[in-house]
Design a protein around this ligand. Structure first.
Ligand SMILES: Nc1ncnc2c1ncn2[C@@H]1O[C@H](COP(=O)(O)OP(=O)(O)OP(=O)(O)O)[C@@H](O)[C@H]1O
Ligand SMILES: [Mg+2]
Length: 176
């Protein structure tokens, strides 16, 4: 009898379509948003995570510029979601700050956004564990303040495409 093959741990996840970038200023973060916008189309969901002040809204501002939508992207204190209609014929940007959203998707649906989510680009800050059920295809962006001997403005950004929507997309264009 053959010796049992050494136990190989199961693959935790299928190979992720992922890039890691270093961003060194708020302006570069906006530029990353503008580049990201070129990859997005109606129905896409982008989840942004990272601690307070990481740069999630700054990235979204660039996204709004790249998509060519109306109104400045801000982080209003009392508004959970805001719709920015396209100035052209592109999809609207729905910007959600889920920080105060505890009930997940149901609560989000209750927001009565008056837009069709499949026809919008949806960007959600603080959405982990809350909005994943919207779609299994999503772009996950994680922003970390770099630690160590770096300036206050250095961020490490990981962009991961999940689901079939993203398998054929080359995310390395983001670091160009
Ligand atoms: N590399 C950088 N990228 C983005 N923002 C930066 C960077 N360096 C410094 N900043 C500053 O950090 C702050 C980021 O604020 P922003 O509102 O974008 O963060 P946030 O992640 O949305 O925070 P919150 O969790 O409160 O919503 C801004 O004041 C910005 O100028
Ligand atoms: Mg924010």
């Amino acid at each position: 009898m053959e010796a049992a093959a050494p136990h190989t741990p199961a693959e935790p996840t299928p190979p992720a379509n992922s890039v890691e970038l270093t961003v060194t200023s708020p302006e570069q973060m906006r530029e990353l948003g503008r580049r990201l916008a070129k990859l997005l189309r109606a129905g896409d969901l982008v989840l942004l995570s990272g601690e307070l002040g990481a740069g999630k809204t700054t990235l979204t501002r660039g996204l709004g510029e790249g998509l060519g939508v109306r109104g400045a992207v801000t982080s209003p204190t009392f508004v959970i979601a805001r719709v920015h209609p396209s100035l052209g014929d592109g999809p609207p940007l729905v910007h959600v700050d889920a920080y105060r959203l505890s009930g997940g998707l149901d609560e989000m649906e209750d927001l009565d956004l008056d837009v069709s989510l499949p026809e919008s680009v949806i960007v959600v800050e603080w959405g982990e564990g809350k909005v994943e059920e919207l779609t299994e295809d999503r772009l996950q962006v994680v922003i970390h303040r770099a630690v160590g001997d770096t300036s206050d403005e250095v961020r490490r950004v990981t962009v991961t495409g999940l689901g079939t929507r993203w398998t054929a997309t080359d995310l390395t264009v983001l670091s160009a």
